[in-house]
Design a protein around this ligand. Structure first.
Ligand SMILES: Nc1nc2c(ncn2[C@@H]2O[C@H](COP(=O)(O)OP(=O)(O)OP(=O)(O)O)[C@@H](O)[C@H]2O)c(=O)[nH]1
Length: 224
């Protein structure tokens, strides 16, 4: 987490995918977030849903290498720029993406609830994360494609139990309907803001508690 201009270095702020630049005056804090998980779990769609509120169905075009998009969110009156890196899930790009882990403050690790293999691979992803990422990186486990309940191959309890084992927050999400997409990024932004600016005398922000309370609030229309 850094102040304006800090995360991106000096000079022209980097943009992603042709977006207009986010200028230092547009935000007070910045953090890097990476999307990780097997190819096809929905990382690119998850990012596009958050950034543009859109879902592109149809032909699946695998990400090549790595790309990022910026989005500024307001957290308790503080503008936080999230620089969100969308990585390629395919094995052949791993060495490219490893190089980016150490700069990330937060990692969203996705599996596809209709793919048991993508869930079984989560342990290997967590091993890689522990090898390449910063020790205090914020990790969140997300079971995506929760809208496709007819093809569910991973029970919600199994996702929750794996997350408990590793001490990370967990949610089921849908990049298609938008379910819990904004919540995932907002929880990350709140955690990053708390780490950067929270006075020590104030009670620490608890990302698990925040997610659980927000999930309960929207439980009328949620799958998880
Ligand atoms: N039903 C449904 N389909 C989804 C969802 N998210 C992604 N998809 C579909 O899953 C396929 C893969 O999505 P991507 O976002 O490209 O997957 P990815 O994880 O970025 O894949 P790589 O770039 O290869 O790592 C696409 O056909 C999407 O339309 C979702 O939440 N629900």
């Amino acid at each position: 987490m850094s102040g304006p201009g800090g995360a991106a270095g000096s000079g022209t702020p980097p943009t992603g995918s042709g977006d207009p630049p986010v200028l230092p005056r547009d935000y007070e804090l910045a953090g890097k977030v990476m999307l990780l998980g097997d190819s096809g779990v929905g990382k690119t769609c998850f990012l596009l849903q958050f950034k543009d509120g859109a879902f592109l169905s149809g032909t699946f075009i695998a990400t090549v290498g790595i790309d990022f998009r910026n989005k500024v969110v307001a957290v308790d009156g503080v503008k936080v720029k999230l620089q969100i890196w969308d990585t390629a899930g395919q094995e052949r790009f791993r060495s490219v993406t490893h190089a980016y882990y150490r700069d990330a403050q937060a990692l969203l690790l996705l599996y596809d609830i209709t793919s048991k293999m993508s869930f079984d691979n989560i342990r290997a992803w967590l091993t890689e994360i522990h090898e390449y990422a910063q020790k205090d990186v914020v990790i969140m486990l997300l079971g995506n494609k929760a809208d496709v309940s007819s093809e569910r191959a991973v029970r919600t309890e199994d996702g929750a139990s794996l997350a408990r084992e590793y001490g990370v927050p967990f949610m089921e999400t849908s990049a298609k309907t938008g379910m819990n997409v904004e919540l995932a990024f907002l929880a990350i932004a709140k955690e990053l803001k708390q780490r950067a600016v929270q006075p020590p005398e104030e009670p620490r922000f608890q990302i698990h508690d925040y997610i659980e309370s927000q999930k309960k609030k929207s439980s009328c229309c949620a799958f998880a």
